[in-house]
Write a protein that binds this ligand. Sequence first.
Ligand SMILES: Nc1ncnc2c1ncn2[C@@H]1O[C@H](COP(=O)(O)OP(=O)(O)OP(=O)(O)O)[C@@H](O)[C@H]1O
Length: 254
Amino acid sequence: MSLRLGQVGVTYNDGTPALDDICLTIDRQEQVALIGPSGSGKSSLLRIMSMALAPSTGSVALDEQDPWQQKTARLQRMRGKIHLCPQSAPLPARQRVALAVLSGLLPTRSLAFALRSLMFPARADVELAHGFLSSLDVEQHLWRPVETLSGGQKQRVAIARAMACEAEYLFVDEPLSALDPSSSELCLSTLLNHVTQNSQSIVCSLHQVELARSHLSRIIGLRQGRVLFDLPAEDVDEPMIESLYRGYESELRD
Ligand SMILES: Nc1ncnc2c1ncn2[C@@H]1O[C@H](COP(=O)(O)OP(=O)(O)OP(=O)(O)O)[C@@H](O)[C@H]1O
């Protein structure tokens, strides 16, 4: 079981190039950090991996099948194996936090069951949502409307929703950007423990390079749309980080 990208390039409709000649494989249960300066292509790569964006050139294969060659129903089934948590997670403003978390379960439930459970959630599901929120230290907000939360609280709700989903692959775009250092540490450790326990794979873009190196086992460094390095975390050294962020030193965060 793997996700394979072969010579992937992305050029947006307005002609902006975002990715060039990306070749990599994400195996089951891998925990990978994507790092690199702003505009280096991290979000674009996560969108390619999660089948939200088709490559302009090259190929994508999930378990040896190209999603973009499949009929819509099959593509939807393939997307069911994947959860993308974008930088600004689309949490409905008026929705209660508990239900926003439980919406992570929807792709693996029948439509009727899903609609019922979002209106009248079962006690076990509410306890599940409470447990995820509690592990991220935001359980006290269980019944508040999402729109009343701070940016950092919303970000933790989005992480809880990613934990609720039963996808095989999680793609998470800058989950810690609105969090302070100690909350960042808690939330990243909690998310990664959860992923390990559930035998999921995760690719996570991060601006906190030191957290990436200390918590994830593989680091992909992107610069100007290309892979500068793709190495086990312990092999990534200071000169590599300096080359990656040359000209963007102010973006390096603890
Ligand atoms: N929808 C779009 N249309 C046109 N250009 C885009 C679009 N989305 C991204 N880009 C461009 O593609 C390049 C890569 O952007 P991307 O968002 O993937 O980088 P990033 O590494 O995630 O950046 P950041 O760390 O700031 O979020 C940038 O030059 C960006 O301006």
